[in-house]
Design a protein around this ligand. Structure first.
Ligand SMILES: C[S@@+](CC[C@H](N)C(=O)[O-])C[C@H]1O[C@@H](n2cnc3c(N)ncnc32)[C@H](O)[C@@H]1O
Length: 275
């Protein structure tokens, strides 16, 4: 009898927990367009609202790791930021706003030159904005990656043989199916492609960053250990509070690009051919 009552209490608590989390998720949706709700949750607001609630994930990650709004004299302000899987543009908005300062304690620094890429179109109010360079295309297509690299060099005037990007952000995710294995494999292909792009385009040194969404899996963790952890000084895992509780996504925040040395390129080749 006592056990039955305990189980019933446990089920009720779980239901309340789920309901509370759903309410919080709804609040994040409202916070996109309601500055009072945003303020009550400790989130920034922007005139006209954020295009996606995902914008808050980038805010949270940057609050923790400070790749867009560096603090402390030793850190440098990013000049060139690439936003992969950018549509409709919540992260692009947040990357701009974080740099410009949004009236709170984040201060005011010159906005970086942004390069946004997605298969889908970016919201028109962003796509044609000064400082935002948008390319529509499939990032898994090498020609599209080359096009993005050429555009970065053309706009920034950085010589072709030098990497010119300070921060690569990737919120890319292919359409998910009910199959976890397919979803994690699709996620890892995008992560590998973003890393491949970093090898040519991300500056080498302590102030460069790759911030990337991944669906965690054993295969992803093996690849991270064999390749990513050799190519960066540090790799951390962060789960955004604003991610849906049901989502398997986490973000890997990689700091201090070392380039493709340390045997990482051979490992990358082995993994890509075996995948
Ligand atoms: C979660 S959404 C990104 C939301 C975005 N960060 C925002 O705040 O507006 C994931 C995006 O990844 C894009 N994507 C997925 N696979 C891609 C690929 N191979 N090439 C380019 N974009 C891709 C999708 O089109 C989708 O817009």
């Amino acid at each position: 009898m006592a056990k039955k009552a305990k189980n019933a209490r446990h089920r009720a608590n779980r239901r309340i927990g789920r309901a509370a989390r759903r309410d919080l998720e709804d609040a994040y949706v409202t916070a996109r367009n309601d500055e009072h709700v945003a303020q009550s949750l400790g989130l920034p607001s922007t005139p006209g609202g954020w295009l996606t609630r995902a914008a808050f994930k980038l805010f949270e990650l940057d609050e923790k790791c400070r790749f867009l709004t560096p603090q402390g004299k030793r850190q440098t302000i990013p000049k060139v930021v690439v936003d992969l899987g950018a549509a409709p543009g919540g992260w692009t908005q947040m990357a701009q706003s974080a740099a410009e300062g949004d009236g709170d304690s984040r201060g005011s620094i010159a906005p970086p030159t942004l390069f946004a890429l997605d298969k889908l179109p970016l919201a028109p109010e962003l796509a044609y904005q000064e400082g935002v360079n948008f390319i529509q295309g499939d990032f898994l297509d090498f020609e599209v990656q080359d096009h993005l690299s050429s555009r970065i060099h053309a706009v920034t005037n950085i010589p072709l043989d030098q990497p010119g990007v300070d921060v690569v952000l990737s919120d890319m995710m292919a359409n998910t199916s009910g199959n976890r294995i397919t979803n994690t494999a699709a996620s890892l292909s995008l992560v590998m492609a973003a890393h491949h792009f970093c090898l040519r385009n991300l500056k080498v040194g302590p102030h460069s960053w790759l911030v990337i969404k991944v669906f965690q899996s054993e295969e992803a963790m093996r690849w991270r250990k064999a390749v990513l952890e050799r190519c960066f000084d540090s790799v951390g895992t962060h789960r955004a509070k604003t991610s849906r509780v049901t989502s398997p996504e986490v973000y890997w925040v990689c700091r201090g690009h070392r380039g493709g040395g340390h045997g990482a390129l051979e490992e990358a080749g082995n993994h890509e051919s075996g995948f």
